[in-house]
Design a protein around this ligand. Structure first.
Ligand code: GLP
Length: 253
């Protein structure tokens, strides 16, 4: 089912596997149309099926990712890039170890630098130098965050170091054998203004725990208290949901 709800192109599928497949098809269509696409990429549980499907497409010769440039949305501070909980490691396991994207085409934020502000500015500059982001793929946190832009983040924020909220640390504990105390308290994230500059946005959400924030993102006020609500102001956003994440939407009930 594909619907237009305010500015959102909304697709509701039965299962999270179907969301992963549809998301991979969406990314693949972008890359086929522009092989040197600049992609802003998420981590978390939600996009794992999307990455699995993309890897399959590449392995079966149906997709070539050789020319894309990838930028990850965020990374924890205080972990080495080979720490099993780091998003750098997540990306290697989910995508980079399985497909031929030249290493210098992949970008992940690094807090472990003497000057994180300069690192953040360089990251945004690198995206601009490549012509800007063609497609940003986003998940959404249980509190409505995008990237690590937690509630209260300024809509004009650029890439920066941010504190991570408790509920978000809990949600990320699966990367740390379930041990919340091991989840870092700070991260570096691409800012909301940077995300909004992307030409196209694809947001994925699955599971009942996302139903309230998905409703708020689409129908609620545009407020920093629910960072994803700013997407109401973007001209080209596609939202792909499973039935549970869509369960609070009036058109779907
Ligand atoms: C993390 C990431 C976000 C991600 C969100 C949702 O905190 N920083 O970029 O979108 O959580 O994660 P999940 O897909 O596991 O629910």
């Amino acid at each position: 089912m594909q619907k237009q709800v305010s500015n959102f192109h909304l697709q509701v599928l039965e299962t999270e596997e179907e969301v992963g497949k549809a998301a991979a098809d969406f990314v693949a269509a972008q890359v086929r149309q522009k092989p040197e696409s600049v992609l802003l990429l998420p981590t978390g549980r939600t996009p794992l099926d999307m990455y699995r499907n993309l890897v399959e497409m590449v392995k079966s010769g149906n997709l070539d990712l050789h020319y894309v440039h990838t930028f990850n949305l965020d990374e924890f501070c205080g972990l080495s890039s080979d720490h099993p909980g780091s998003y750098a490691q997540y990306m290697r396991e989910a995508l980079f170890d399985h497909v031929a994207i030249p290493e210098d085409h992949t970008h992940i934020l690094n807090c472990a630098t003497p000057d994180p502000k300069a690192e953040a500015a360089l990251y945004d500059a690198a995206m601009h130098a490549l012509g800007g982001v063609d497609l940003a793929v986003l998940g959404i946190g249980v509190n409505g965050h995008i990237g690590f832009n937690e509630p209260g983040s300024s809509f004009s924020s650029g890439t920066r170091v941010v504190p991570i909220r408790e509920e978000t640390r809990e949600a990320n504990a699966f990367l740390f054998d379930g041990i919340i105390d091991e989840v870092p308290k700070e991260a570096m994230t691409v800012g909301i203004a940077t995300i909004m500059e992307s030409r196209q946005i694809l947001l994925l959400a699955t599971g009942e725990s996302k139903a309230d924030v998905v409703y708020g993102m689409i129908y609620g006020p545009v407020t920093p208290e629910l960072p994803a609500s700013i997407l109401q102001k973007h001209p080209d956003v596609t939202v792909i949901l499973d039935r549970e994440a869509a369960s609070k939407l009036p058109q779907v009930k």
